[in-house]
Design a protein around this ligand. Sequence first.
Ligand code: ATP
Ligand code: MG
Length: 564
Amino acid sequence: MSKATPNHFIRSIVSNDLANGKHDYVYTRFPPEPNGYLHLGHAKSICLNFGLAADLEGRCNLRFDDTNPEKESAEYMDSIRHSVAWLGFDWDELCYASDYFDELYKFAIELIHKGLAYVDDLDAEQMREYRGTLTEPGKDSPNRNRPIEQNLDLFERMRAGEFEEGELVLRARIDMASPNITMRDPILYRIRYAHHYRAGDEWCIYPMYDFTHCISDALEGITHSLCTLEFQDNRALYDWILENITISKNHIGEKNKPMPRQIEFGRSNLEYTLASKRKLIQLVSDGHVNGWDDPRLTTLVGLKRRGYTPASIRNFCAEIGVTKKDSVIEISVLENAIRQDLEANAKRVFGVLDPLKVTITNYPENEFETFTVKNHPKDQTMGTREIPFGREIYIEREDFMRDPVEDFYRLAPGREVRIRYGYAITCHDVIEDANGNVSELLCTYDPQTAKGKTPDGRKIRGIIHWVSAAHAVDAEVRLYDRLFNHPNPGALDDFTSALNPDSLQVCKTAKLEPSLQEADPEDRFQLERVGYFCFDSVDHSTETMVLNRTVSLRDSWAKPGIKK
Ligand code: ATP
Ligand code: MG
């Protein structure tokens, strides 16, 4: 797998644990909830968990943390599996917290037996009131000292469906005065009459995240449970639960070794994007974007459709690293990662987005020649191809200026430029349409200048791209910009107010060189001087070509065309 995991603090902890025999090997897991599609933030966690295991010859599970039946679905689960595999990772075990419902239930009974859990009937508001605040301790619920037998009976009846949602909960009996609010008798189980996408209608009580997660880790033999910073306060509860139930970490993992240890790391969020499944769902369901795989989204399916490679995303994750602080990442970091990959690996081809017809008046009609050009300037193994040339070609409208400004070295009346890999041409006439817009250029070519030659050593400064009009293939090209105008849309009350109205520009006029008709739909390529592109996985066909611009050649704020 691409780059080695960089040396970050978690890797140091794990390496030490291995070196001093605390663990025989590292066992991690990536534990998404199947309540949406994965995004770039998840990629960081995936690369960390799977990368660490791969580097240190350990194991890593993919586990669905599926204990909220209302929000979860098989569609989300499938997409998550595909995205993890697409990123290039292979799990040792595919696990589901919902497979542990029976065991979790038994551990809850054990806590009740030990006087460490009780059934409570406070409503949500009372619960909040009794919990206290950061500066004030909480108050004991009147049910806190309910006899064990009664708790067992009520909990069994909760499971049997004798109560309404919200009527009763099971709580851990820890310490209502704890300075850590998470430890003030947290809820372990609640009643939900909801169909679970895997467990069906077997359960009407569902375990909470904190109860489920540590037990799932222990059952799977996880050694290091890596999660994001917001779970820092939950670590005490994680440890408390594992200390108070009879569980040995023998299920799949090592024997007689310490319980899993939770370690928190910082979230990374990309500027100008949203990274919260809940908010992404809103964008999709309210139609602000065209589905989860809209190429403007930083969901993994969106990035894939946009043309990002798995390697570029892994390299991005390696680049941003793993730290103890949350971080905000500039878009350029992501764009540079894909640029680097495509710069080295994408085939070069010609395409013109906004075509201007050029007739080469001294080139014979109905005659054509071909130029043999390299598919990649540096990588010879990518071979060569033939591009046709004839009397009529298209150039990019931006490459012509009627009254050229200073520093404009491309085509203008009376001026000579080279059409890349071909001849030098000189513009001698400009044809306008009825509105006074330039509709065609008349040029001559110099036969002495084929294949980059300038026999008399005269200087031709501009080089422009082009396609043969007789051979060009029409295409729709989709150009993407940031979806939001605000660097942190997630912080706004209404993030839809920051949507960028120009985030998608559809260009229906593009003309491409004919070789693209034979290209593999999975291919990625550079339209020389225009940007990096891929075929749209949904709308493209050989009859109707649809391209997505993955990234521009340089800065993403630059216009689609041209600089030189
Ligand atoms: P969301 O708010 O998008 O639902 P989440 O954290 O609730 O995100 P989970 O499915 O619970 O989503 O996350 C699976 C794993 O991915 C967790 O370990 C979580 O910490 C990690 N993760 C999610 N977002 C980020 C992020 N922006 N940076 C780093 N890790 C993340
Ligand atoms: Mg979550």
